[in-house]
Design a protein around this ligand. Sequence first.
Ligand code: AMP
Length: 112
Amino acid sequence: MADCIFCGIASGEIETRIVYEDEFLLAFKDLNPQAPTHILIIPKKHISSLSQAAEEDLELLGMMQLAAVKIAKDLDLKDFRLVTNCGKGAGQSVEHLHYHLLSGRRMLWPPG
Ligand code: AMP
């Protein structure tokens, strides 16, 4: 999608530090990390947020979660948090579905 920064990353137009890639997904390091490990997992297909995912995206959503588990295993992350901000009020700043995979520090609950 034009003007979507994560579509630009998925197409290779915008450089990033890739951690994992397959036919449907890309995972890369967050530019402004909020934890020692902070990785973003995105679908290559443009979906603007989790609330815009449809029945046809069921498998893709499952793949995103399993990719997070694979990355956590590959990076030997003991504990991690997987979170998506859905909507501006929840802190979403990039309108392309992404999960934050955070690890390496003590996580607080509830999050701010
Ligand atoms: P959110 O605020 O939940 O929409 O998360 C968007 C995340 O994308 C933030 O943590 C940003 O630091 C991150 N981000 C924005 N642009 C880039 C980029 N070009 N490469 C990597 N991470 C980015």
